[in-house]
Design a protein around this ligand. Structure first.
Ligand code: IMP
Length: 193
């Protein structure tokens, strides 16, 4: 079975992706690979940050690696917080501070349309491949639900009556940006076999 290192320190992302890939390939986390670094996200696009993460870990390990970078893009804020989603509310990468700032910036705004966009970068046998997944929805005015992470309590995907934070992981995955990007990755890997 193909083994891939998943270049992230976010255990929620690992859990979601392990559910989605259902053992089709062997995913090793950075922790399991004995790598303890804060991977840089210095660029101004999700694509460049995803590439940076996978190439940094590939250079360290020389193994096949994938990474992902995700942003919440709000229409009436010209796509913000976007690539800055993790540090929107300050350098502390605090989920609550990020939510508070976004709700404040949207106060009184009728256009609450938003989308999560995930870019996955795969480095396989020294070549890089990119995959994208988008989930459209809207931002509500007050947070709801205690599951998930990040902006989940304020985002309702189109076609759902509740926030990501009110959903089980399986329900979230039936809508999720990350699931869609990873499905493209698994299809690609399946075609190689
Ligand atoms: P990054 O991809 O780890 O840089 O994440 C960017 C920011 O978006 C972080 O603040 C995450 O919490 C948030 N984020 C990423 N994916 C999700 C998601 O599926 N739901 C809610 N927030 C997310």
């Amino acid at each position: 079975m193909l083994t891939l290192i998943f270049a992230t320190n976010n255990q929620n992302k690992v859990d979601e992706i392990r559910v989605v890939t259902k053992g089709q390939f062997n995913i090793i986390t950075l922790k399991e690979a004995g790598i303890d670094i804060d991977i840089p996200e210095p660029h101004d696009t999700l694509e460049a940050n995803a590439s940076e993460k996978s190439s940094v870990i590939h250079q360290l390990t020389r193994q096949n690696v994938f990474s992902e970078d995700t942003g919440l893009e709000v229409e009436s804020l010209n796509g913000e917080p976007g690539v800055k989603s993790a540090r929107y509310g300050g350098e502390g990468r605090d989920f609550q501070a990020n939510i508070d700032k976004l709700l404040k910036n949207l106060e009184g705004n009728k256009n609450r349309k938003a989308q999560f966009r995930t870019v996955v970068s795969l480095v396989l046998n020294e070549k890089e491949y990119l995959f994208e997944g988008i989930c459209k929805g809207h931002i509500i005015e007050e947070q709801r639900g205690g599951k998930g992470f990040g902006y989940d309590p304020i985002f309702i995907p189109d076609g759902a009556g509740k926030t990501f934070a009110e959903m089980t992981m399986e329900e979230k995955n039936s809508f999720s940006h990350r699931k869609k990007a990873i499905a493209k990755l698994t299809d690609f890997l399946g075609e190689l076999n």
